[in-house]
Design a protein around this ligand. Structure first.
Ligand SMILES: *Cc1c(COP(=O)(O)O)cnc(C)c1O
Length: 435
């Protein structure tokens, strides 16, 4: 039985929002269109749970799309914010917190000797590409289909995340000249990688070392090593976008796990602990090309904002070895339980997981690239998500986004999630009850 959600206040707000905000939301995936329903307006979060404006409570597996690795309203993060806010929220002048956060990141991320902070992952990617172009004197960038690096013009070609969710191949408004500088090849395709880097004039190869914006699609064994080798061979910089994986899958991100090191690392999400912060970092020699040390221009009114920095420091400080073990354990048990629930319902799914990340693909073939991800059963995933929401579990409302379990998720919440998932799988056999 699926309890119908009360959604009077969400519906009212959505109607008002649509008059003043395009599509009623400030970032497309929030509209929940790809799972065939209207958005849910959130009132507050408590640990691993969120409450909507109609009083419905959900176990949250979006957690702001990754930043909230300690869950919502974590007391130590809130205390750091209160203390910092009392002294003023922004100065446009350097503060001690920025130095401390830069030191903390450099200590955790191999290869990041120096970093520059921005307010969003999009800006960090944009600057990393500008820097790679300046350093190499070349223009072209190689990216992978289904990877998302933010909404900068040149990288929207065959991007994942919200763009995949809306089934848009690129975006109107992107100049042909910008798109022409981007070469897109399938993820995990060795032959395409060799062919497109042979004797090429690439400024950069940009990749998510653990792609999570087409759903989670890990690299095939040896693929990251090949990226490094081909970048070196053709004189391009390797840009690894760890906006999702950084500080999540391990203390030193996906690069710690694979041992394959970037020339420039792009960070975001967890680094801001739920406030707007992101960064790019790399070797001193390269990073010193940025203004004012060097000639490559980059700036930001709110870059290194004191509140975002305070939330980032508090968040990183709490991530010790025990935290990663707990997150790995929770995610592994969530994956195993979901697999069991799908199996019991006779449903073919591919469940892919890493520490703090998970995707349930409604597909009977393993997923190694974006093409395969798009062939999974999107209508069935949408229906399953609606059934989960009706049972108090809030999954990412798109097949092309990862689940983000947090350190706040408890054993009791795991069991409730799995019971809801089993009931949602079973409900797929029945006609849908319309709320
Ligand atoms: C979210 C994301 C970005 C963009 O970050 P924003 O802060 O949303 O601009 C870039 N790269 C990856 C891998 C992301 O997941």
């Amino acid at each position: 039985m699926s309890a119908a959600l009360t959604d009077t206040r969400s519906a009212e707000l959505y109607e008002r929002a649509q008059r003043r905000i395009p599509g009623g939301v400030n970032s497309p995936v929030r509209a929940m269109r790809s799972i065939g329903r209207d958005p849910i307006f959130i009132d507050r979060g408590e640990g691993a749970e969120i409450l909507d404006v109609d009083g419905n409570r959900y176990i949250d597996y979006v957690c702001s799309w990754g930043p909230l690795i300690h869950g919502h309203a974590y007391p130590r993060v809130l205390a750091a914010l209160r203390e910092t806010a009392a002294k003023g929220t922004s100065f446009g002048a350097p503060t001690a917190g920025e130095v401390r956060l830069a030191e903390m990141v450099a200590e955790r991320m191999q290869g990041v000797e120096m970093l520059r902070m921005t307010s969003s992952g999009t800006e960090a990617s944009m600057t990393a590409i500008r820097l790679a172009r300046a350093a190499t004197g070349r223009e072209h960038v190689l990216k992978f289909a289904g990877a998302y690096h933010g909404h900068l013009d040149g990288l929207l070609a065959e991007a994942g995340s919200g763009l995949a969710t809306q089934a848009l191949p690129a975006s109107p408004g992107v100049p042909e000249s910008a798109a022409a500088q981007t070469i897109v090849i399938p993820w995990n395709d060795e032959a395409a990688l060799r062919a497109s880097t042979a004797g090429s004039e690439l400024a950069a190869i940009i990749a998510e070392p653990l792609p999570a914006n087409m759903g989670l699609v890990p690299p095939a064994p040896g693929f990251l090593e090949l990226l490094r080798e081909r970048a070196d061979q053709c004189g391009a910089l390797l840009l690894l976008d760890e906006v999702i994986s950084g500080f999540r899958v391990a203390r030193g991100g996906a690069q710690e796990l694979s041992g394959v090191q970037a020339d420039l690392t792009i960070m975001g999400k967890v680094i801001g602990g739920g406030l707007p912060a992101a960064a790019l970092g790399g070797a001193t020699e390269l990073m010193r090309m940025l203004a004012p040390a060097g000639a490559v221009y980059q700036a930001g009114t709110l870059s290194g904002n004191p509140l975002a920095v305070a939330a980032g420091i508090a968040t990183l400080e709490l991530l010790d070895e025990d935290a990663y073990e707990r997150l790995a354990d929770y995610t592994a048990r969530l994956a195993a339980g979901l697999r069991e629930a799908a199996h019991a319902a006779g449903r073919a799914v591919q469940i892919v997981s890493a520490t703090g990340l998970l995707t349930v693909f409604f597909s009977d073939e393993p997923i190694a690239n974006f093409g395969q991800a798009t062939r999974s059963d999107l209508a069935l995933y949408a229906r399953w998500c609606r059934e989960l929401l009706a049972r108090g579990v809030y999954p990412p409302p798109s097949q092309f986004e990862a689940w983000f379990p947090s350190l706040a998720h408890s054993e009791e919440q795991l069991q409730r999630t799995l019971a809801a998932a089993a009931a949602a799988f079973a409900a797929l056999e029945q006609p849908e009850l319309v709320a």
